[in-house]
Ligand binder design. Structure first.
Ligand SMILES: CC(C)(COP(=O)(O)OP(=O)(O)OC[C@H]1O[C@@H](n2cnc3c(N)ncnc32)[C@H](O)[C@@H]1OP(=O)(O)O)[C@@H](O)C(=O)NCCC(=O)NCCS
Length: 452
């Protein structure tokens, strides 16, 4: 049986096992997958910052991790959104592990009152398992970028050619630094980040952009600096106004991969070859600070023809598509419910009175930690829970000695035969068949998805 639960990142052996599974699932079949490093992710999970919560979730079978999920949500903006990454190594796929992790995400998001799911997908070929899985769940592709790579060290001859082609920089000054932004540039650099958030194409992805302040910049850079060396080159006009910047991250503990992150030239300064000049200057920094990294990665929207051209000139090659996905859920009220069976296999049900007649349902409970998770039910319909668009019920198996059910609630023990011959309604509707299946074959390997 597969059990999905959060892992404690301070349990180092378990974290390592979980991380190996995450990585193995993420890199399979991809030539140039970029996966956050073990040390970086471990540190981030063990030292939560004020802006974002990140949970490591594992799918376990007999205490072995077979699937991994990162479940993340921001704490001061984008309060309706969660981001998920689900990774199952090829040898454990098509057993429902991905879906079991997803069901956990749906329940947790509902508990947090969040309804927008976002995910990112590296797609090197078509068809692709991750794309099929995401489509099956209901995600839609809202934005597509090329994921490009150039080998390192950089081809100096190519750079010489580009420098000669670009000519001298006129009307602008460039300033470069490695690490945290120097205090005298913080305000300008924060403003450029704000402009970047507004300018960068994100297709149909829901994103609430909060302007950058110097405090936010400092807090963000401090966290990043523990795990990445930032290489930045910024452009100013001759009278000191900021015009653009470019940013490369060198992971401190990853020998192989460097990331070309943001490059922005403010609208009014475009058309002066500034993008190329910024990148050239920052590549000089890369040559100086590189610690053996062999690949430089970057991402560019298909629609961003100017940046595509620059990337091309710098020798980047497309290795896969990077897709951003989104799924908006109805607002569902989550509840854990107990399938309580006594030693004679009788099930305890509670009677609910509705205008349309009574419905017999399983009682609610505090989810017991190790109870087998039988069914995951999502019902979108009015009238199930006031203030919600519907309900999520997760059903857990509880074995108990018989006790006298409290009569005044209409509680009662039912044999399978009584369930099958009753002509009233149950919740879930197919309860008699579900209980029959449970009694015959035991709990399912992964929770059975149910509708009404
Ligand atoms: C995507 C991924 C997590 C799926 O894991 P999994 O455990 O194999 O998924 P499940 O067995 O729960 O599949 C659930 C449903 O998704 C669909 N699906 C999953 N893999 C599929 C594939 N290769 N082809 C077609 N449909 C697929 C099916 O409808 C499947 O139901 P079915 O098996 O009853 O037909 C796994 O392939 C993976 O780790 N890929 C790399 C990382 C990634 O792309 N993650 C997704 C982004 S969040």
């Amino acid at each position: 049986m597969i059990i999905v639960r959060e892992i404690d990142p301070a349990d180092l052996a378990l974290f390592d096992e979980w991380y190996d599974v995450l990585r193995a699932g993420a890199v399979a079949g991809r030539e140039a997958a970029l996966v956050v490093g073990r040390e970086t992710l471990g540190w981030s999970l063990r030292n939560p910052g004020p802006l974002k919560r990140r949970l490591a979730v594992g799918a376990f079978e007999d205490d072995r991790v077979l699937g991994a999920m990162l479940f993340e949500y921001r704490l001061s903006d984008n309060l309706d959104t969660v981001e998920v990454e689900i990774d199952v190594p090829p040898e454990h796929r098509r057993r429902g592990i991905g879906r079991a992790l997803w069901q956990w995400a749906v329940t947790r998001a509902a508990t947090l009152g969040r309804t927008i799911f976002q995910a990112e997908l590296g797609v090197p070929a078509d068809p692709w398992p991750g794309a099929s899985f995401a489509a099956r769940i209901g995600f839609t592709v809202e934005h597509v970028e090329d994921h490009l790579v150039v080998p390192l060290p950089y081809d100096e001859l190519r750079l010489d050619d580009l420098r000669a082609e670009a000519g001298p920089l006129k009307g602008y000054r460039l300033t470069s630094w490695a690490g945290m932004c120097p205090p005298e540039h913080q305000q300008a650099y924060a403003d450029l980040h704000t402009a970047m958030d507004l300018d960068v194409p994100t297709g149909g992805m829901t994103r609430e952009n909060v302007p950058w302040t110097v405090e936010k910049l400092e807090a963000s850079e401090q966290r990043i600096d523990r795990n990445y060396l930032a290489l930045v080159t910024m452009a100013h006009t001759s009278d000191g106004a900021p015009a653009g910047y470019t940013l490369i991250y060198l992971p401190r503990a990853d020998a192989a991969h460097a990331q070309q992150d943001d490059t922005l030239v403010l609208r009014e300064h475009r058309g002066h070859n500034l993008g190329t000049q910024l990148k050239l200057a920052n590549l000089d920094q890369l040559a100086k600070h590189r610690k053996g990294q062999r690949f430089l990665h970057t991402w560019t929207a298909l629609s961003n023809t100017a940046m595509q051209k620059v990337n091309n000139r710098f020798g980047f090659r497309v290795v896969e598509q990077h897709r951003e996905l989104e799924l908006t859920y109805p607002r569902l009220r989550p509840a854990a419910r107990a399938v309580v069976l006594d030693p004679d296999d009788r099930i305890l049900l509670v009677r609910f009175e509705f205008p349309s007649g009574p419905i017999w349902a399983t009682p609610g409970l505090e989810a017991p930690p190790d109870a087998p998770h039988l069914w995951h039910q999502e019902v979108v319909a009015e009238g199930h829970a006031a203030g919600y668009d519907g309900v999520i019920n997760d059903y857990f198996l509880v074995r108990t000695d018989p006790f006298t059910a409290e009569d005044f609630h209409g509680d009662r023990w039912w044999t399978l035969e009584e369930l099958q011959t009753h002509d009233g309604r149950f919740s879930p509707r197919s309860l008699p068949a579900l209980v029959q299946e449970l009694l015959q074959h035991g709990p399912p390997t992964t929770p059975v998805p149910l509708g009404l």
